[in-house]
Every structure is written in C-alpha cells, then in structure tokens.
Design a protein around this ligand. Structure first.
Ligand code: 13P
Length: 253
C-alpha cells in the first residue's frame, strides 16, 4: 500500500511573508499527517521562512526547480546543495511550464534527477502530453519516452523513492481535468514502463500523482483509482480551505 502524497505547487505566486503565514495558519490542522505525505513547494525566496513555519509539523517543503551542479558560474540558478542546506526535502523537476517556457530537455531533467538523488532529495518528476499529442493518439508513447529519458542511468534503489507526476498539459490551469479513468490508465502505463525499466518491486513502490485542475470536487474520484497515489496541485493549493480539503481527501484515500 503506497502512502498518498499531496503536493502544492505555488508556482510564481504569493510573497514570502504570505507564504509563511499560510503555512502557520494550516499547520495545526494536520492531524492526518501520518496518513498522507504533505508537501508545499513555494518559490525560492520563500523557502527559508516557509521551512521555518513548517518545522516540527508533519509536512515537507519542496523547491520548484534546481540546477544539477553544486556551484559555479550559472547566473540566476539555485543548486541542490543550497536547497539541502535550507532543509528542502523535495524538488519538482521537468514541470511542463519549465519544459515549454525555459526549453528544458529530457537530458537536462535526467541530470537534475540524478543530482536530486545524490543530495538525498525526493524528486517529483513531471511528465505529460499536449492536447495535440492526445488527439493524435501519441500520448502513451510520448509519456513513456519522457519517463525512460528521466530515469536513464538511475539505479533501482534510487528510483524506488521517486515520485512521478502525470500532468497532461491541456489540463493544467484550464479547469479541464482528465477523466479519472484516463488519468489512471496513464498512471498505470507509467508504472508498467517502470516495471520494464526495473522490476515490480520498483514499479509498485514509486508513487504516481495526477496533476491538472485538481480540486476538492474531483480529488476523491481520482484518488480512488488503483494507480493514482496523490496529486500535484497548482491553483487549489493556494487557498487554505481548498488545500486542507485536498489533504483530508489524501488522508482518507
Ligand atoms: P493546476 O492545479 O492549477 O491546474 O496546476 C497543476 C500543476 O501544474 C501543478 O504542478
């Protein structure tokens, strides 16, 4: 039985003090902490305050991206070592917004994934097809190629602790959610790809989230599915009430 994991991706929203206040406000409502893993991923500048606000409460903090090198002449970048130093436990990698707006390649994401493991951070690796690819029946092959590229050269021991987020691009921020059956079919496909790459002990251990317009009204149905182990949430993670409802759904799944 895989433990559900609900992660809030704040994207480029909130100011640091608002983010810390948000966590301070909802942290005492977390009795479900042992039944669901709770992760909050604020923008970089908020990390120290948000980590402090979450300290001693059952939630982890994640970054939304990182470079793969520890240090060097990479203006504007943030290294795994810097995140680890701030007690950041998770890192979102290969989000479609980074792939699309910042030209992140599969090869780059693979390097970042390895760097996350090298620094004992848990990667949340995002994959997902465009609407065009879905319409043209290329979604399964495309997502498979993204998973294979991301995990290239990653050991079974490392792969086991990874989180994969299936986020169809056409469902992100659009209000359109994949049907729970379609979402589950793709998550099951991802699990099969991992089984082929490694073995069943790995594919059964990896947690696979669905992301794309997840909200209190649709999360129960998604989490009831066999291969969906949680959610990566944008918009609905920004409001305390809706985020708490998502966490409760995770605890009850
Ligand atoms: P929304 O929940 O706003 O659709 O965003 C999904 C997402 O991209 C999470 O990473």
């Amino acid at each position: 039985m895989r433990k559900p994991i609900i992660a809030g991706n704040w994207k480029m929203n909130k100011l640091a003090a608002d983010g810390a206040r948000f966590v301070l406000d909802f942290r005492s409502h977390l009795p479900m902490g042992d039944k669901v893993d709770v992760v909050v991923c604020p923008p970089y500048p908020h990390l120290p305050l948000v980590v402090e606000a979450a300290r001693d409460y059952p939630m982890d903090i994640g970054a939304q991206n990182m470079h793969f090198e520890d240090s060097g002449a990479f203006t504007g970048e943030v290294s795994p070592e810097m995140l680890k130093d701030l007690l950041v436990e998770y890192v979102i990698l290969g989000h479609s917004e980074r792939r699309e707006h910042f030209q992140e390649s599969d090869e780059l994401i693979n390097k970042k994934l390895k760097a996350a493991f090298d620094h004992q951070m848990t990667p949340i690796v995002c994959v997902g097809e465009s609407l065009e690819q879905r319409v043209q029946n290329q979604a399964y092959d495309f997502v498979e190629s993204q998973v294979k590229a991301a995990f290239d050269g990653v050991s079974a021991e490392q792969a086991k602790v990874a989180v994969v987020a299936y986020e169809p691009i056409w469902a992100i921020g659009t209000g359109k959610t994949a049907s729970s059956d379609d979402a589950n079919d793709m998550c099951a496909h991802i699990r099969n790809v991992l089984k082929d790459l490694y073995d069943e002990s790995v594919s059964e251990a990896v947690r696979i989230q669905y992301g794309g317009s997840v909200k209190p009204a649709n999360i129960d149905e998604l989490l009831a599915k066999s291969d969906i182990d949680g959610a990566l949430v944008g918009g609905a993670s920004l409001e305390k009430d809706s985020f708490l409802k998502l966490l409760e759904a995770g605890a009850n799944a």
